[in-house]
Design a protein. Structure first.
Length: 198
């Protein structure tokens, strides 16, 4: 009887110790960094999840759109939190399959204090193939830097190089490039550039 009682007590304790010891490596606490992976096939859901993670002290790190093994066509985002991080950032996700719409929404975000952080092409359930951009706002920054955005899109690399050079001569800096089939014009190079607003 005594042995059975000992087992009944020891097994739950061992499970508890194993459970506690496995939390640290999974959370990445050895270097003070913790990651959260978000995946969805709806842009509205991704924006909510980005801001929920940001409310827990995470900050956007990477984004990629494509077909995952389980979820089909998804946008996958990696968020990072460092030890002692407090909620500081807010996110806006914009997605469009028209160049003019994307540039307009980018500029509206910039005028509201958001900055470009990443872009990808993905196939959503409702919007078809779209270019998606993640914008970030630093809530601790009293006077954010204002930017003017320009979106370049073409089906030819030679044309893109010329357009990039023309944008650079006007003070624009290239931020990101996406290659993929979009409703903007089939297989396209889509580049986002910005310069400080004058």
């Amino acid at each position: 009887m005594e042995r059975r009682n000992t087992r009944l007590i020891l097994y739950p304790l061992m499970a508890l110790v194993v459970g506690i010891s496995s939390i640290r490596p999974l959370a990445g606490q050895a270097n003070g960094i913790e990651y959260r992976v978000l995946a969805t096939n709806r842009t509205s859901t991704m924006e909510k999840e980005l801001n929920a993670a940001a409310g827990a002290g995470y900050r956007f790190k990477f984004v990629m759109g494509g077909e995952t093994g389980v979820g089909g066509q998804e946008v996958v985002t990696v968020m990072e939190r460092r030890d002692g991080a407090k909620p500081r950032f807010q996110y806006r996700l914009i997605a469009a399959n028209r160049t003019s719409t994307m540039q307009k929404e980018l500029q509206e975000g910039a005028d509201a204090g958001y900055e470009y952080r990443g872009q990808t092409v993905f196939e959503s359930l409702l919007g078809g193939k779209e270019v998606a951009c993640i914008l970030e706002k630093d809530l601790d920054q009293e006077t954010p830097v204002r930017y003017s955005y320009r979106l370049l899109s073409t089906t030819r690399t030679s044309t893109m190089q010329r357009e990039m050079q023309e944008a650079a001569q006007q003070g624009y800096e290239i931020l990101g490039l996406t290659v993929g089939k979009t409703a903007m014009g089939g297989s396209e190079l889509v580049t986002i550039a910005r310069r400080r607003a004058q």
